[in-house]
Write a protein that binds this ligand. Structure first.
Ligand SMILES: O=c1ccn([C@@H]2O[C@H](COP(=O)(O)O)[C@@H](O)[C@H]2O)c(=O)[nH]1
Length: 275
C-alpha cells in the first residue's frame, strides 16, 4: 500500500488507529477455546469488530512464532482474513547482515516464500544501513524503523548522547532518512515519550510515525496528535491489549473500545490536522 492510499483511508474512516493483534492463547476468552484454531477464531472476531474503526493491524510476530508451525498457520489465516484495504504491519523487529536481512524481508513481503504479503515490517536500526536496505528493495512496502521506543529501557541506548550532544534516536532518524524516502520508511516513536514527540516530528517532518504506547501503557492520544501530526496526518497509533482484551466478547467489548478511540481520533483530526 502506498502513502496516498493510506492517507485516503485515514481521511475516510476519520481514524489513524492500528489494532495490535498480540494474541496470547492464555488470555483468549473461553468461548474461543473450543475452536480448532482458538487464536485465529479470536483474531477473526476482533477483526470483524474493529475493521470499521481501524486503518491498520499489527500482529506482533512473537505471539505467533512462539507456537511453531501452529502459530505461523494462525498468523497466515489472520493475514488472509484482514480486509485488503487495511494496512498491515509485521511487528518482528528484525535486523541482521544484508543477505540474512533479505531473507527476513522475503519472509514478510514475498508471498511466494512464506506466504505472507505484509505492507510493512518493523526493523531494528542497530546494525546499520546494510541491515535495513534489503527491506527497501520491495515496491510499495515499508520499513518501520525503531527510533524512540515506549519502554523504560529506551533510555539505555536511544537517549545516550555522543560528543556532539546528539542523542542516538535522533542520529538514527537523521541518517535513516538518507537511506529511504518518507514513501517507504516510518519510525517507531513511543506515545509514552510525550516530551520528545515534537522534537521527533521536527527531525522527520514527512515520515509516518508508528506510535505504540497508548491504552495499556498509558500514553496520551491527545499529546501524540497535538505534537506529531503532520500535513498528511503521519500517524498510526497502536493499541493492542487495551482493545483486544477489553472484555470477554470482542463483538461488543473490542468494538466499543475501538470505536471510542476512533471517535477521539476524529476529534483530534478536526483540531490538529491541517492539510
Ligand atoms: O516502542 C515500542 C515498540 C513496539 N511496541 C509493541 O507495540 C505493542 C503495544 O501493545 P500494548 O498492549 O498496546 O501496550 C506490543 O506489540 C509491543 O511489542 C511497543 O509497545 N513499544
Amino acid at each position: 500500500m502506498n502513502s496516498t492510499e493510506l492517507v485516503k483511508q485515514i481521511e475516510n474512516k476519520r481514524s489513524f488507529l492500528c489494532v495490535g493483534l498480540d494474541t496470547d492463547p492464555k488470555l483468549i476468552p473461553s468461548m474461543f477455546k473450543k475452536e480448532v484454531d482458538p487464536v485465529f477464531a479470536f483474531n477473526k472476531a476482533v477483526i470483524d469488530a474493529t475493521a470499521d474503526f481501524a486503518v491498520a493491524y499489527k500482529p506482533n510476530i512473537a505471539f505467533y512464532e512462539a507456537f511453531g508451525p501452529k502459530g505461523w498457520e494462525s498468523l497466515q489465516k489472520t493475514m488472509d482474513y484482514i480486509p485488503k484495504d487495511i494496512f498491515t504491519i509485521a511487528d518482528a523487529k528484525r535486523g541482521d547482515i544484508g543477505n540474512t536481512a533479505f531473507m527476513y524481508a522475503q519472509t514478510f513481503f514475498d508471498p511466494s516464500c512464506a506466504g505472507f504479503n505484509f505492507d510493512s515490517v518493523t526493523v531494528a536500526p542497530y546494525m546499520g544501513h546494510d541491515s535495513v536496505e534489503p527491506f527497501l528493495r520491495f515496491e510499495d512496502k515499508w520499513v518501520i524503523l525503531l527510533a524512540l521506543t515506549s519502554n523504560s529501557g529506551s533510555h539505555d541506548f536511544q537517549m545516550t548522547k555522543s560528543e556532539d550532544y546528539i542523542p542516538m534516536y535522533e542520529r538514527v532518524m537523521r541518517l535513516a532518512q538518507t537511506w529511504g524516502s518518507p514513501e517507504e520508511m516510518m519510525f517507531v516513536i513511543g506515545a509514552t515519550r510525550t516530551d520528545f514527540l515534537q522534537k521527533a516530528r521536527e527531525i522527520a517532518p514527512d515520515n509516518f510515525f508508528l506510535v505504540p504506547g497508548v491504552g495499556a501503557q498509558g500514553g496520551s492520544l491527545e499529546d501524540v496528535s497535538k505534537y506529531a501530526m503532520n500535513s498528511r496526518v503521519g500517524l498510526l497509533v497502536n493499541s493492542s491489549r487495551g482493545i483486544i482484551y477489553a472484555g470477554d466478547n470482542p463483538a461488543v467489548d473490542a468494538k466499543r473500545e475501538a470505536k471510542k478511540v476512533q471517535e477521539e481520533m476524529a476529534m483530534y483530526l478536526d483540531e490538529y490536522y491541517i492539510k
